[in-house]
Ligand binder design. Structure first.
Ligand code: GTP
Ligand code: MG
Length: 390
């Protein structure tokens, strides 16, 4: 039979832990196809939570206790707990569960059902049908929780997960093993652990499901969550997103292209020093374009397409192809300009306020030309110059 361990991190939960364990024990009686266990991870709570848990072990055979000498934060407690559950207790699945009666133990069979159906991680969700946050929460807290989650959805450009910050979860061993190495980082010691864990699971394409539950406010004891939580979580998310976006090839391509335009302008003013006469402006202009092309080629090879980096022997031919591809984009832009003037003609469309600049069909066709040209360049670079390695 498969084994599931419910991990409960505790810090000063003497007033809650007995009732939490009792209510879990009730539910366990109804679960037939999973062997259920509880693992309390206490950070040597000054209120003596661990002493109480020890006395409860006599009554509940399935109750395990781990004691941390130092306060290690929520993430630290879960890391130690998961490691113990999977390595020592030979669990196939763990639950994350709060000690303060906020999570509904009656929902555990619904989580297990999702796991049996093939999901890898199940979230207890307050923001899907059937789930809720406490009615008595102040407008401030409701706003923060709802808007915070919506913000994360937009930041991630992922709307498949409704409750990113929930602390009620079921996690399969495979998920933990595949991201374990990335979790031993100071940033994950606190509440950031939850968001970081979920983000990494999502990126590894594990199957995630949500089960609704009604979140109950804690009645006894103090919340350990502080304003630090919001700041750290947002900082963490912004950082990983910026990193992810900068790793996208199109974004690198656009940055290299933008930088190339700047190089071209600077090169033009430099080439005009040796080629100073009016007649030789065309030469200076050509050389500045070629300088930008060289810069684009180097940065594309070192950064945009670094996973397909060219061998030294390939560089001369590839540079020629690169030049021809870039020339293709000039041809496309010229063709669009010709087509516009020959068919629609150059007509004013609207005037930009303040600067009084007239946007005519010529300007619009140039913008379209640049975009189509960029599209062509990206296509040509990735198919002809930096071919996919087989
Ligand atoms: N071992 C350990 N447990 C912790 C630590 N911080 C929080 N916990 C436990 O983690 C669970 C969630 O903490 P809470 O303070 O209830 O956080 P919350 O549920 O987001 O906030 P509230 O809505 O105010 O209850 C509880 O069981 C806490 O006792 C810690 O540093 N170490
Ligand atoms: Mg709580």
């Amino acid at each position: 039979m498969k084994k599931a361990v419910v991990i409960i991190p505790t810090y000063n939960e003497k007033g809650n832990i007995a009732e939490t364990i009792q209510s879990l024990a009730e539910i366990f009686k109804s679960i037939k196809n999973w062997q259920m266990q509880i693992l309390v991870v206490d950070d040597s709570s000054p209120d003596g939570t661990a002493i109480l848990v020890k006395s409860l072990q006599k009554k509940f055979r399935f109750l395990e206790l781990l004691i941390n000498k130092k306060k290690s934060g929520l993430g630290g407690a879960y890391l130690i707990g998961m490691n113990h559950a999977f390595a020592k207790l030979k669990a196939d699945l763990v639950f994350e569960f709060d000690a303060d009666l906020s999570h509904d133990p009656k929902k555990i069979p619904a989580f297990l059902k999702k796991i049996d159906q093939g999901y890898d991680l199940v979230l207890g969700s307050r923001y899907i049908k059937g789930g809720s946050i406490p009615k008595n929460w102040g407008i401030h807290r409701k706003f923060l929780s709802i808007v915070g989650n919506a913000f994360i959805n937009f930041l991630m450009l992922d709307f498949s997960i409704r409750d990113w910050t929930t602390g009620f979860r079921a996690i399969k061993k495979e998920v933990y093993l595949s991201i374990e190495d990335e979790l031993h980082d100071d940033r994950f010691s606190g509440y950031t652990f939850q968001i970081g864990f979920l983000h990494k699971t999502l990126r590894k394409n594990f199957k995630i499901a949500e089960v609704p539950f009604e979140f109950k406010d804690r009645v006894v004891g103090n919340s350990k969550i502080g304003p630090e939580y919001i700041k750290n979580t947002l900082l963490y998310l912004m950082k990983v997103r910026i990193k992810e976006i900068l790793e996208m090839r199109v974004v690198k391509f656009a940055i290299v292209g933008g930088f190339g335009a700047l190089v071209q302008l600077i090169a033009l003013s430099l080439w005009r020093i040796p080629f100073s006469s009016e007649k030789s402006f065309v030469i200076a202009n050509f050389l500045s374009i070629e300088t930008a092309i060289v810069s684009n080629f180097i940065w594309s090879n070192l950064w945009t397409f670094k996973d397909r980096k060219l061998k030294a022997s390939q560089i001369p031919m590839s540079f020629l192809t690169f030049n021809l591809s870039s020339g293709g984009s000039i041809l496309i832009q010229s063709a669009i300009a010709y087509f516009t003037s020959a068919t629609i003609g150059l007509k004013p469309v609207f005037t930009l306020p303040i600067v009084n600049y007239i946007i005519d069909t010529g300007v619009i066709s140039a913008v379209v030309g640049i975009l189509v040209g960029m599209f062509w360049n990206f296509f040509a670079y990735s198919t002809f110059v930096w071919k996919k390695k087989k």
